[in-house]
Design a protein around this ligand. Structure first.
Ligand code: SAH
Length: 387
C-alpha cells in the first residue's frame, strides 16, 4: 500500500473527528495513483488508512483508524453493513431512504439511496472510484437490488478529476419509481430527477407538515409536489408553485396518483408571486418554503440571506391569524444560528407575532456528524402567527 505523511495540523483534524486532510497538510504525497493509502504523522506514528485523491484539494479522507487495516471486499461489506443496520425499521415507514450518507456514516464521499428495489449511488472522490467493484459487490450481496444506477453527474467530481456520468452499474433501473411515504405516493425520477431522483432529506418534515396542515395552503418551491401532497392530506386547497413547468406536470400527475383533487398548479417565480399576493392582501393558513440552495458558495451568503429573509418575511405577512409556516434552507453555508437570526429579523419586520413551534433538521437516514459540519445542511422551522 502507498503511504503519506501529514503535518501536525493535518493529524489534528483526524484527532478532532474530521476525516479530511487538505493538500497543504500532506508533507509527503503518496507516490502513485488514487486509492487507499497508509497515513503517518511527521514523527512516523501511524494514524490510519485513507482514500487518496491526487488532484483534489481534499487529498485524504479517513477510512480506518487502524493503519494495518486491509481495504478489501470484506472491509467494504462490513462498513456498508453497519450503515444499513443503522436504518433498521425505516422500511416500515417508506420504500425510499438513504442507506449511506458519506462522512455521516464514516464512508467518506459515498452516497447510496434506496428506491424500492433499486439503488442509486454517487461516488464522489477519485480514491473511492478505485473501490467501485467492491462497493457494488457488497451492495448486491446484502440487498439483492434489481438494478444499481450511478448518478455521478455532480460538480464535485470535477474537482477530483473525474467525469460526470450517469451510468447503469447493474441490472435495470426504470425511468420512474413509485415512492411511498406517510401514506402518500409519488414518482421519483432516478435517471433525470434532482439529486438521486427525489429529496429524501426532508421526509420527516413532510410528515410534520402532513400532520398540521389546514385551510388554504401554499407550497412555494414545489418541484414534483412532495410537500404539496402532504399538505393536501389535511388542507382544503393547495397551491403548488414552481418556476419549472416540467416539475409542475409531475406534481399534477402525483396528485392524480393519490386521488387528490384539491391541488392547483402555478408556474411562477416565488419571489414575484409572494410579492403580488401580499399586494392583494391574500391570506394562507399553511405555507411551505423549501427553496433550492441560495448560497452555493460562502461568498454568495450575504445575497442569499437577503433572499431567504425576503421570502420568509412575505410568507409571514401572508399567514392568516393562527397560520402556520414551515420554512427550510438547504444551503450548507447558512449555519443554524444564522438561519434562526434571519427568521428573527424577518419576524421583526413582518409586523406579526411569530412563534417558533419547532426547530427541525434533516431526516434520520442523513446522519449529521457533529465533528463534520458538512454532513448537516438542512435547517427547518415550523412557525405560527399568533395574530
Ligand atoms: N420541496 C421540494 C424540493 C424543492 S427543490 C421537495 O421536497 O421535493 C427546488 C425547486 O425550486 C425546484 O423545483 C426549482 O424548479 C424551484 N425553483 C427554483 N427557483 C425558483 C423560484 N425563484 N421560484 C419558484 N420556484 C423556483
Amino acid at each position: 500500500m502507498l503511504s503519506a505523511t501529514v503535518s501536525t495540523k493535518g493529524a489534528r483534524r483526524w484527532a478532532g473527528g474530521h476525516p479530511w486532510i487538505y493538500r497543504s497538510d500532506v508533507l509527503v504525497r503518496p507516490a502513485g495513483d488514487a486509492g487507499a493509502v497508509r497515513v503517518s504523522d511527521q514523527r512516523g506514528k501511524p494514524l490510519g488508512v485513507a482514500l487518496w485523491s491526487p488532484r483534489s484539494e481534499i487529498s485524504l479522507r479517513l477510512l480506518d483508524r487502524d493503519a494495518d487495516a486491509t481495504i478489501d471486499g470484506t472491509w467494504w461489506y462490513a462498513s456498508i453493513a453497519r450503515a444499513i443496520a443503522r436504518r433498521t425499521g425505516l422500511d416500515r415507514e417508506t420504500n425510499a431512504y438513504r442507506l449511506v450518507h458519506g462522512e455521516g456514516d464514516l464512508l467518506p464521499s459515498l452516497v447510496v439511496d434506496r428506491y424500492d428495489q433499486w439503488l442509486v449511488v454517487q461516488l464522489m472522490s477519485a480514491g473511492l472510484e478505485q473501490f467501485r467493484t467492491e462497493i457494488i459487490d457488497a451492495l448486491r450481496a446484502q440487498l439483492q437490488p434489481a438494478g444499481i444506477l450511478a448518478r455521478n453527474d455532480v460538480s464535485l467530481r470535477a474537482k477530483e478529476g473525474l467525469g460526470n456520468d450517469v451510468e447503469l452499474l447493474h441490472g435495470t433501473v426504470p425511468d420512474e419509481i413509485e415512492v411511498h411515504e406517510n401514506g402518500v405516493r409519488y414518482l421519483a425520477a432516478p435517471w433525470r430527477g434532482q439529486k438521486t431522483g427525489a429529496f429524501l432529506d426532508q421526509r420527516e418534515n413532510r410528515a410534520l407538515v402532513g400532520r398540521v396542515a389546514r385551510g388554504r395552503a401554499l407550497d412555494c418551491f414545489s418541484y414534483h409536489g412532495s410537500f404539496a401532497l402532504h399538505l393536501a392530506q389535511r388542507a382544503d386547497h393547495v397551491t403548488a408553485l414552481d418556476a419549472s413547468a416540467h416539475a409542475l406536470t409531475r406534481a399534477e400527475e402525483n396528485f392524480r396518483r393519490n386521488g387528490l383533487a384539491n391541488g392547483e398548479f402555478v408556474e411562477a417565480n416565488a419571489f414575484e408571486y409572494l410579492k403580488a399576493k401580499e399586494r392583494e392582501r391574500a391570506q394562507f393558513d399553511t405555507i411551505v418554503l423549501d427553496p433550492p440552495a441560495f448560497a452555493k458558495t460562502r461568498p454568495a451568503l450575504p445575497g442569499a440571506l437577503r433572499g431567504y429573509k425576503e421570502i420568509n418575511l412575505r410568507a409571514m405577512r401572508l399567514l392568516s391569524p393562527g397560520g402556520l409556516l414551515f420554512t427550510a434552507s438547504c444551503s450548507f453555508h447558512l449555519s443554524k444560528p444564522l438561519f434562526l437570526e434571519m427568521l428573527e429579523e424577518a419576524a421583526a419586520d413582518s409586523g406579526r407575532h411569530i412563534v417558533l413551534r419547532e426547530i427541525r433538521g434533516q431526516s434520520v437516514d442523513h446522519p449529521e456528524l457533529l465533528t463534520v459540519p458538512e454532513t448537516g445542511y438542512i435547517k427547518g422551522a415550523l412557525l405560527e402567527a399568533l395574530d
